[in-house]
Design a protein around this ligand. Sequence first.
Ligand code: HGY
Ligand code: MN
Ligand code: MN
Length: 415
Amino acid sequence: MPDLSNLRIDGARLWDSLMEMGQVGGTPKGGCNRLTLTDVDKRGRELFARWCEAAGLSMTVDAMGNMFARREGTEDHLPPVMMGSHLDTQPTGGKYDGVLGVLAGLEVLRSLNDLNVRTRHPIEVANWTNEEGSRFAPAMVASGVFAGAYTLEEAYAIRDREGHRLGDELERIGFKGEVPCGGREIRAMFELHIEQGPVLEDEGIDIGVVTHGQGQRWFEVTLKGFESHAGSTPMPRRRDALVGAARVVELVNRIGLSHPPLAVSTTGMLTPYPGSRNVIPGEVFLTCEFRHPDEAVLEAMEAELRAGVAAICEAAGLEPEIKRVFVYPPVPFDAGCVGVVRRAAERGGFSHRDIVSGAGHDACYIARVAPTAMIFTPCVGGVSHNESEEISPAWASAGAQVLLHAVLETAEVVG
Ligand code: HGY
Ligand code: MN
Ligand code: MN
């Protein structure tokens, strides 16, 4: 194989693209609100598509709206090496979560064009629909359909809190492609992503070589009590769903703290009904989630949730309903691809360490159908899912450089 160690991506061009995409749905605090399948998401998708066209890439959109920009290989019938991540964001998201992986993939292909490097395998960069799972739960549903975890019909039927169907919104923004979602061979997938945690920055490490994605379980909990007058209902007679929910929030937090050091638990949404200041809430909807690298611990955390909610509701005269909306087991990434990432970091002269991903990623589903690994860059203060999310241009370039080398080794350079 020719000496490729001197090949460089164009870090300034990557940074410019990140800043321009950050303006699409940009918020006054410097973050991004590009909720999946909104008009803002459509604008971000169209900007990405224009850039890919300008780079001479062919674009395919599949039935879940996943976008695949492709650079031909000299043996184009071979399965593609894939990069990519997601362009959708949290409502108070940052400019880099997901976006770095998509635009660094584009930068790799732009650089291969500049350097006139050909590869045997075609190379694609993907934008996976609805990675965040904020508007339509669960998360990573489109890469999940691609990997066979959900059917297309199940995904299309998911509704947001206003009742819109995912399938209808996909159609409305014009990104419901004809091409089937999944069912095609991928040589390997490498997803570059910010760590979204503090480890790499704390240790002064440039690159995270991700060995596993931790398991997750998401729940929707509805507590039913009885609306009544805030002024004339004696305390002992109340069935106050919000008091019950407050105890459930405390329970969820306690469960996370009771499996140190790796367990995490979060209550993210809580909606009392009817939401009137002088009516005792008769119903509360809340979401909670648990994460851990060990399936047995997740099992124990779920059991503690179910038992704890039952006891709280028994004492408060409430009726509980617990729906498990998302389960995915801990994911070990492909040892061969993890080794490719490690060598790529060494080839680039970057410090690196193995790391487990706290967040979920599309790569965790794609790992079910193709050899897959992830590359992490540090992020400032480990902060993500916050408008202040920040990385340095040097970290972005280092991640893209490692992605370049990982893809070149796997796609096999010609000549
Ligand atoms: O929730 C997650 O782990 C991802 O950011 N969707
Ligand atoms: Mn992400
Ligand atoms: Mn995210």
